[in-house]
Write a protein that binds this ligand. Sequence first.
Ligand code: FES
Length: 324
Amino acid sequence: MNDRYLDAVVLGRRSLTERIAELTLGAADGRPLPMAEAGSHLELRFGGSRGRFLRHYSVVGPLSLDEAHEPFWRIAVQREDRSRGSSYIHQHFRPGTRVTVSRPIGSFRLARNLPHVLLVAGGIGITPILAMMRSLLVRRQSFTVFYGGLDRAAMAYVDEVEAMGGDAVTIHEGRRDGHPDLDALLAWQPPGTTVYVCGPGPMIDGLRDAAVARGWDPDRVRYEVFNAAHRPEDTDFAVRLATGRVVEVGAGTTILDALERAGVDTLSDCRRGECGLCLTDVLDPHEGIDHRDSYLTIDERCASTQLTICCSRAKGGLVDLDLS
Ligand code: FES
């Protein structure tokens, strides 16, 4: 293993909801793992000796204030119907399962000394938000939490969030409460509030739009899109390389995963639309590109001359890429 990855083992597994399993991961050699910073995530490689899947999961951290440090990394994995990676984890990961894991990557950092923080979680997006809430409590910083989901039964860690956050927490059950009023949520916050949000794309877009409409500096809404590469409505399509070779991309995989499996040389780093390293020239977008990264500008997306192959997809059945 290089410095970035280490051999790990599943220490424990428990069901949090019908679709969400919690896993604790320890170092395979038994050494204690260092505490992960709130908001950081792990890359997990799994599925055979070559690591057929690569997925990102936020480190949840301790579930109470009593636990100052735990010598393992805790993640929560939601089983997505069309995502073969999460299904694989649910089917195969048991205590003792070996896995390759990166060291924690801190791309969604909680800044210090903010006057007030609004934490917003949608569904499984609670995982980094819970760690951030705990960190703010330890630092005695002012915050509020808005945690939305379908209903309590489907919401991971809802009891822990309420127990730790107390009056600062609002639980929004969509089945009971309807669509959340994100503009009203911002309106209630004290001046100078910074928002950290993790959840589905429409929730993040809604908060960003509401903030802009209120004249907030866009930098005051910081976000992490959960699982940018996979959506339930995804369908199969094909990538045609400059050589004419065609590689099929299944609904539950990414262009990058499919190309790697086909032995095509590619570049990548973050694998979630943030770093731009996998940016690839488009020779013909055909019916268009479904851009899902947070790297390209709006103008670049509209031009559709490039796409991030780690998460973006073809809108139709085919896209031609400048790869061989
Ligand atoms: S690998 Fe980072 S944007 Fe695709």
